[in-house]
Design a protein around this ligand. Structure first.
Ligand code: MLT
Length: 275
């Protein structure tokens, strides 16, 4: 794993392979290890970049509110550091999707296409905001294990939670690598995030939405709102997967990403240089 010094912390990241850059942005409370099946397989054909967001994994954890714009700007700084000039594909899972919306709002000139997985465009409801506050209190008082215990049953599809203890342990270990500053920073940032539904029509780049059919965190109606309002968008459902389809059904997920990217290659207009 590599690392760079950003303004106020050291960011760790994976950067493997050559070709079209795909930036994979993990969700809460995870890290780049979430993308291990993509790093291992897709890096044979593409350049796979996966940061540990501030407060997560091997990155340092400055205290504060990690609003989505700040996290998007961290990702932009990483691309500057890597001197990436050609347009990229961004792939965000759940909170990573919220960050991808923020990235599009500020850095759309860097984007050629987007992949949203297990995410939604709406802001938090008042009840959800209240729950974020409760989780902040619990994280402070009871630590990461409380957060793991409350989230783990919802992350995987019921069938994977029941029949795949290896996967359950793997996800638990990824979550355990999140600092309390990271948990609190994310919760505050997600609570403040804007409603991106009115913004969806601005996303003119090609978009792929990938959703696990048994996602217990993102209701299908949220996915349909995205599909309806993004002009150039395709939705693919993965049966037998929950909120982490890339880990639960890696082959299916990777195949969808490959198909999406191969379409760009066939159109032969992918390597447009940034001005
Ligand atoms: C995530 O998976 O990133 C979070 O569950 C998203 C959220 O809490 O809104």
């Amino acid at each position: 794993m590599k690392a760079i010094e950003l303004n106020d912390y050291r960011m760790a990241f994976e950067d493997q392979g050559k070709g079209i850059p795909i930036v994979f942005i993990h969700g809460y409370p995870l890290n780049s290890e979430l993308w291990r099946p993509q790093i291992e397989s897709l890096s044979n054909d593409f350049r796979v970049i996966a940061p540990d967001l501030r407060g997560h994994g091997k990155s340092q954890a400055p205290p504060g509110t990690y609003n989505m714009e700040l996290l998007a700007s961290d990702c932009n700084e990483l691309l500057d550091y890597l001197k990436i000039k050609e347009k990229i594909i961004i792939c965000g899972l759940s909170m990573g999707g919220y960050i991808a919306f923020a990235f599009h709002r500020t850095f759309r000139h860097r984007l050629r296409g987007m992949i949203f997985t297990a995410t939604k465009a709406s802001a938090d409801t008042p009840d959800q905001k209240e729950n974020r506050e409760k989780s902040i209190l619990s994280a402070n008082e009871r630590g990461i294990d409380f957060i793991i215990d409350s989230m783990l049953p919802k992350l995987l599809s019921p069938i994977n939670s029941l029949n795949n203890p290896g996967l359950v342990d793997r996800v638990k270990n990824i979550m355990r690598d999140t600092s309390i500053e990271g948990i609190i920073g994310d919760l505050r940032g997600m609570k403040e995030r804007p409603d991106s539904i009115p913004y969806l029509k601005e996303i003119q780049e090609p978009v792929l939405i990938i959703q696990g059919q048994d996602d217990q965190i993102i209701p299908m109606v949220e996915t349909q709102i995205m599909q309806t309002h993004i002009p150039n968008c395709d939705l693919k459902l993965i049966p037998g997967a929950g909120h982490l389809p890339n880990l639960e059904k890696p082959e299916e997920f990777n195949q969808l990403v490959r198909l999406f990217l191969n379409n760009f290659l066939e159109n032969k207009n992918f390597f447009i240089k940034l001005s």
